[in-house]
Design a protein around this ligand. Structure first.
Ligand code: GDG
Length: 495
């Protein structure tokens, strides 16, 4: 449900917990009467953080994702803090130039490819860096204004790596945490960044720097030692001013119960059947779900599938591949190129091997409601997740959460963070096409017992480490750092 734009201002209330993320958990849309409105954009992060945010008079600072024209002093009409369904939200406006330099440029065309194994070539432009610094400063100043004395500020992701240090300079009383949702690259790659030292120093403003995997934390500590020259011991960095910074892994998860509940809804079950019917009731449905991104390895999996069809090992009337590619970052050149490449590949495979009413690949360049996602997960016999590099990959966990009958097969790239937990998946190297083909073959022919054994174990794993456990473990660790201030952040029922 959307709400009117100008709900009561909450600007003056200092918050004990401040979440700072590039995006707010709402989108700014134009309502039926032409007035701007806010619409919730539910995601894993908001579900995880919501209870803690509510219990601590918390506030979430972020960009609502719309071009808002010229920015005057960091705020403008319609961009005041507001309450949305009980959450305190504080929007930050970005100008068109800032979106180009900070968001599309430095965040998504420099850092994103660099941090993902240079799967695409990162571009380095000084103007983009300047925009990144300026926008990070605006976020830091905003957080400094909103945080109560000794409050905790939790900063998220690669778009805001300078915020911890900027914020510490403004507000040394704060406890600052940072979590990186994407991989932190090895020194050999990170070194390419002309502003490597500034980024490392930016992150060192935090008391706790969280990564998806231990490898990311180790890369970070090693780089800090080599490039900044600070003393380190295991996961600790010792700063000259006496402060210590901890770098550790906190693998993110999903709201497992919520996904399972969704997948058990009669409407979702009915919709899953409808999807299979619409596909012509093939014996096997394979599924891929990704943001349309070159890191996700969509090309690799479709080629592998195409080769199996070409070799006559799979018949298009018996097996169909459904690929959902959610539109993403469409103004960034590399994403446009990727879209054209995939259109061509799908067109060629379908043109060569499809039959009337039976395309080999059902390719959907669109975004769907969560219910539809759950129905797709229910409808798929084999889920194919083959990123070349991925911080975690929530889609793999969502598929497992929806398979409450312990059926279905998961093919998962070794290079997704999720592979460290979901060991019973068919693990593949997405660069090894024959290996991916073998995994597809095996997964399609696996017997029920094997599938159930694998799925049961994976389900246990994700249930034991869901999104609430993730948020809690990060905040508990921050509480340890914070204990000097004698104030716990976790709600009583959570401790
Ligand atoms: C970054 C990191 C890390 C996708 N299409 C639709 C839709 N989705 C949802 C999925 C899933 C989420 O988007 C995608 O999450 P991933 O983890 O797969 O990937 P990124 O977007 O790259 O996320 C990643 C994550 O941050 C969290 O830390 O795991 O490694 O790259 O939840 O379901 N949801 C709906 N409609 C769609 O069309 N409703």
């Amino acid at each position: 449900m959307g709400v009117k734009d100008h709900s009561p201002s909450v600007a003056s209330v200092p918050a004990d917990l401040v979440i700072v993320a590039n995006r707010l958990p709402v989108d700014r849309i134009t309502g039926p009467d032409g007035e701007p409105m806010w619409r919730a954009s539910p995601g894993g992060l908001v579900t995880a953080i919501e209870p803690v945010l509510r219990a601590n008079r918390g506030v979430w600072i972020g960009w609502p994702g719309a071009v808002t024209g010229a920015v005057t002093g960091g705020s403008e009409a319609g961009m005041e803090p507001f309450e949305h369904e009980g959450l305190q939200l504080d929007p930050i406006a970005l100008s068109a130039e800032e979106i180009e330099g900070f968001y599309e440029g430095f965040s998504n065309a420099t850092l994103w490819p660099l941090y993902h194994d240079v799967v695409a070539k990162p571009e380095f432009h000084r103007e983009w860096w300047e925009a990144y610094v300026a926008v990070n400063r605006r976020f830091a100043e905003h957080a400094a204004d909103r945080a109560a004395k000794n409050a905790m500020v939790w900063v998220h992701d690669y778009q805001l790596q300078l915020v911890p240090q900027m914020l510490r300079e403004l507000r040394p009383d704060l406890r600052i945490g940072f979590f990186l949702h994407i991989p932190f690259p090895p020194a050999e790659l990170f070194q390419q960044l002309p502003w490597r030292r500034q980024i490392l120093e930016g992150l060192l403003g935090a008391d706790l720097v969280g990564f998806q995997l231990p490898g990311g934390a180790q890369n970070f500590v090693r780089l800090v030692r080599q490039r900044v020259g600070h003393k380190t011991h295991r996961d600790l960095v010792y700063l000259p001013d006496g402060r210590t910074v901890r770098a550790a892994a906190f693998p993110i998860s999903i709201d497992v119960d919520n996904f399972e509940e969704l997948a058990r809804k009669p409407e979702v079950i009915a919709r899953a059947k409808e999807i299979r019917d619409a596909l012509g009731n093939p014996r096997k449905v394979l599924l891929g779900v990704d943001r349309l991104d070159y890191t996700k390895g969509i090309h690799a999996r479709l080629r592998a599938f195409g080769e199996l069809v070409a070799a006559g090992e799979l018949d298009v009337e018996e097996a169909v591949f459904v690929q959902v590619a959610t539109p993403s970052r469409e103004r960034v050149e590399q994403y446009r190129v990727l879209r054209d490449d995939l259109d061509r590949l799908v067109g060629r495979i379908n043109g060569d091997y499809g039959r009337i009413g039976s395309p080999a690949i059902s390719y959907l360049h669109a975004s769907y409601p969560r219910e539809e996602m759950a129905a797709l997960y229910r409808a798929a016999d084999v889920m194919v997740v083959t990123p070349y590099r991925d911080g975690m990959n929530l889609v793999a966990k969502e598929y497992v959460a929806c398979r409450y009958n312990d059926d279905g097969a998961l093919i998962l790239s070794e290079f997704a963070g999720a592979a460290y937990e979901l060991r019973q998946a068919w693990l593949v190297n997405p660069y090894d096409l024959n290996g991916v083909k073998d995994a597809i073959r095996e997964a399609l022919h696996a017997d029920e017992k094997d599938l159930a054994r694998r799925m049961r174990t994976m389900r246990k794993t994700i249930k034991a480490a869901d999104i609430t456990a993730w948020a809690r473990s990060f905040l508990e660790e921050m509480d340890i750092v914070r204990s000097a201030h004698g104030k716990a952040l976790l709600p009583a029922d959570k401790t």
